[in-house]
Design a protein around this ligand. Structure first.
Ligand code: 3HC
Length: 697
């Protein structure tokens, strides 16, 4: 028998234990081990009931995702689960940690399930572009009915043990304790009460009751609204519906066909890449994973505007006290009012309790004085993008903060090293670039300066996890990774409009690709003054940036959503961008002034220019070591800019399009325009010459 699954008997209970760290995923070794252990248990005459339990931090967390795309090695998971279900012996599963995907499906192949109250269960396959493919879509509804099964399978969200009992997924929940002891006690109870074998496939009440339910059509309608571009969620509904319309074995067959269709879909490839990329970015190349971290128990934030307020909420949400500094009382009052409103909205939606609103507000203490920063462990400066002001602030922090405090800037573009030089402790200075709205967006782009100490880098990466963000460590350059690429896309989008496209045409191409919003709608959301101010700073620094129609809009105080007019116009209380003839006229006037003859531009040209300019810049970012792996760029774009995860991120997407194809177009655009942004990246050229992809780096 394989080492990863063992069989032993304790009294009258035959115990099958899985031990395959880190998460007991159902690799080939585990599947065959389970099958062998089951055989042992079945032939052990002294075992009157069997118990399935896992060692380590969790119950089985699913199929082994690393095996996807490789030839399947027998035994397949549905067969193993089928053998558990049809076993001559009654089997109890004892769940701790998370029983997910194939793990929950395995538990559903057992007759009874007992869970620790800290456990969670779920079928998150849809998040990987899949559906539960080992009977989950057929067995879960037999326990929960249609609505709950559809909800769990189409969202992939976990439910906790108590909810799982309410839904009928587990039979009992026990408070704490050792999972094996809990499982043994439950198995003894099954024996003592002579509970019969109870295969889930034989349960018919719920499927009979919901046979003609409207839940399937409702689920499809909801998906068409929520995620029309996704493939797997719709297949999930089809598979669950089969549980109600077909006999069990035919339903299993249907599930298999739909599962294979998802497996072959490119969206599965993108989502699995995104899953591993998210986990890989936390391992920073060159930074020892045992690097000690500094204690962060109190945080100071400078600026109570949209950014500073959002950042403060992240810390308060996890119980870390914040000192929020502003220069004027009115600004503090305004900032705190916005934070309170955000919390109250969350409470209205039932996401937090009203008591939590007060607890969190109490953790955010306002101040007008830097003296209150004497005891903070970390300061995050979140004032607007002006190097002079930032240097002044960091000079002050250097004087007031205790030795060892981390001094971070939320700058989205400016030079961290230049900021660090305004202190006597550049080793303590780092960038922590949050994305707007900072209390919502999951990305934290941590920027290392030339002198940033390793323990500071390790601390900000750990802190990202603590405040439930995905932290990515990047190097220092103008705009770092995300905004440096965004600026190229933004400039290209403006050029496309200058040449004849409309803002809404450009935006539609991007939303068709799967972005939640296009370039121009996003500029309106961020505020046109932000880009305007950055361009002015760069002009001041001597860069030749010609005036564009977007500058004119900013100068007319059309700043975007906040003034109800920007590149689009907005109705009172609505965020829906509406094309504005006034803007069209302004653009037409601009073209005339510049002597540009407007031409029809194809959607394909828009796609290529907006995306390839980013890919070329991304390649330069890799070449310069600003990002060390292309997956860092992918994660930044997925979590910071809403790049569709099912496309795996821009660099993964580029690998699918083909780097040869992209380079050829980059060269053509370079020849046509001579623009620096189209100078082909040396790395891109090398990869194409070597027949490699970004993913091979
Ligand atoms: N297969 C292979 N490796 C897995 C895995 C899986 N199903 N789940 C997690 N891992 C790996 C991670 O890549 C990571 O590896 P690393 O240490 O080398 O980076 C390690 O396990 C720990 O994972 P996390 O860092 O995510 O640890 P957390 O404690 O934060 O989270 C978890 C644990 C909740 C289990 C989370 O990892 C998770 O959600 N995993 C995916 C669960 C899932 O999607 N299961 C369904 C799989 S598809 C399926 O079952 C198909 C079936 O229906 C046929």
């Amino acid at each position: 028998m394989s080492q990863v699954v063992t069989y032993e008997r304790q009294g009258q209970v035959g115990v099958i234990s899985v031990n395959y760290p880190p998460v007991n995923a159902l690799s080939h070794a585990v599947r065959s081990g389970l099958q062998d252990a089951l055989k042992k248990g079945e032939s052990d005459n002294d075992a009157r009931v069997l118990l399935l339990v896992c060692e380590g931090r969790t119950f089985v967390a699913g199929a082994d995702i690393r095996e996807f795309g490789k030839p399947m090695q027998e035994p397949g998971l549905p067969d193993v689960i089928g053998k558990f279900e049809s076993s001559t012996k009654t089997i109890v599963a004892a769940i701790h940690g998370t029983a997910l995907g194939g793990g929950l499906e395995l538990a559903l192949g057992c007759d009874y399930r007992v869970a620790l109250n800290s456990a969670k269960v779920g079928l998150p396959e849809v998040k990987l572009g899949l559906l539960p493919g080992a009977g989950g879509t057929q067995r879960l509804p037999r326990l929960t009915g249609a609505a709950k099964a559809l909800e769990m399978i189409t969202t992939g969200d976990f439910v906790d043990a108590v909810q799982a009992r309410e839904y009928g997924i587990v039979d009992a929940v026990e408070n704490g304790g050792d999972v094996k002891a809990v499982g043994l006690a439950y198995a003894e109870k099954v024996l003592g009460e002579s509970k019969p074998k109870r295969p889930v496939r034989s349960l018919t009440d719920k499927v009979e009751a919901d046979k003609n339910s409207s839940a399937f059509d409702e689920a499809r309608a909801a998906l068409r609204k929520r995620s029309p571009n996704l493939f797997a969620p719709f297949k999930c509904v089809d598979a669950v519906e089969a549980a109600f319309k077909l006999p069990f074995d035919e339903g299993m067959q249907r599930e298999r066909e739909l599962f294979m269709a998802c497996m072959e879909s490119p969206q599965r490839g993108g989502l699995v890449h995104a899953f591993f990329a998210e986990r890989e970015v936390s391992k920073v190349p060159g930074l020892d994973k045992n690097t000690p971290v500094r204690d962060v128990n109190k945080v100071g934030i400078i600026g109570a505007g949209t950014m500073g307020g959002g950042i403060a909420m992240n810390f308060a949400n996890v119980g870390i006290p914040v000192r929020l500094l502003e220069v004027k009382q009115e600004a503090i009052d305004r900032g705190l009012a916005v934070i309170r409103r955000n919390y109250e909205n969350s409470a209205k939606k039932g996401r937090i309790t009203t008591a939590q609103v007060e607890e969190r507000m109490a953790l955010i203490q306002p101040t007008l004085s830097y003296d209150d920063f004497a005891d903070v462990d970390l300061v995050i400066e979140a004032v607007f993008e002006d190097m002079g002001i930032k240097k002044q602030i960091f000079g002050t922090l250097d004087k007031v903060c205790k030795p060892g405090a981390i001094l971070a800037s939320n700058t989205s573009t400016l030079d961290i090293d230049e900021i660090a030089e305004s202190t006597s402790r550049p080793q303590d200075v780092v960038g922590m670039h949050f994305f707007s709205p900072a209390n919502v967006m999951k990305l934290l782009e941590n920027v290392r300066g030339a002198k940033t100490a390793d323990d500071v880098k390790a601390t900000v990466m750990t802190l990202a996890k603590r405040i439930k963000k995905v932290g990515v460590m990047v190097g220092n350059c103008h705009g770092f990774v995300g905004n440096r690429m965004l600026h190229q896309r933004g400039a290209e989008a403006v050029s496309l409009v200058n040449e004849g496209a409309s803002p809404q045409q450009v935006d539609k191409v991007l939303t068709d690709l799967g972005y939640p919003m296009g370039q121009f709608a996003m500029s309106d959301l961020a505020g046109l003054d932000v880009g305007y101010r950055i361009r002015q700073e760069r002009r001041k620094a001597g860069e030749n940036i010609p005036e564009s129609w977007t500058d004119k809009l900013a100068e007319q105080n059309r700043l975007g959503q906040k003034t109800q007019a920007g590149i689009y116009r907005y109705e009172e209380g609505s965020r829906k961008p509406i094309p504005d003839p006034e803007v069209d006229a302004l653009i037409a006037q601009y073209r005339q002034e510049q002597g540009i003859e407007s031409r029809a531009i194809s959607d394909q040209e828009i796609l290529e220019r907006c995306m390839y300019v980013m890919i070329n810049e991304g390649a330069k970012i890799l070449e310069e070591g600003i990002a060390t792996r292309s997956l860092e760029i992918d994660v930044i774009w997925i979590y910071g800019y809403g790049f569709p995860a099912y496309r795996g991120g821009p660099m993964f997407w580029a690998d699918q399009v083909g780097l040869g194809e992209i380079l050829a177009r980059v060269k053509e655009f370079h020849k046509k325009t001579g623009g620096k942004q189209w100078e082909p990246s040396a790395l891109l050229e090398r990869l194409v010459a070597e027949g490699k992809k970004f993913g091979d780096l």
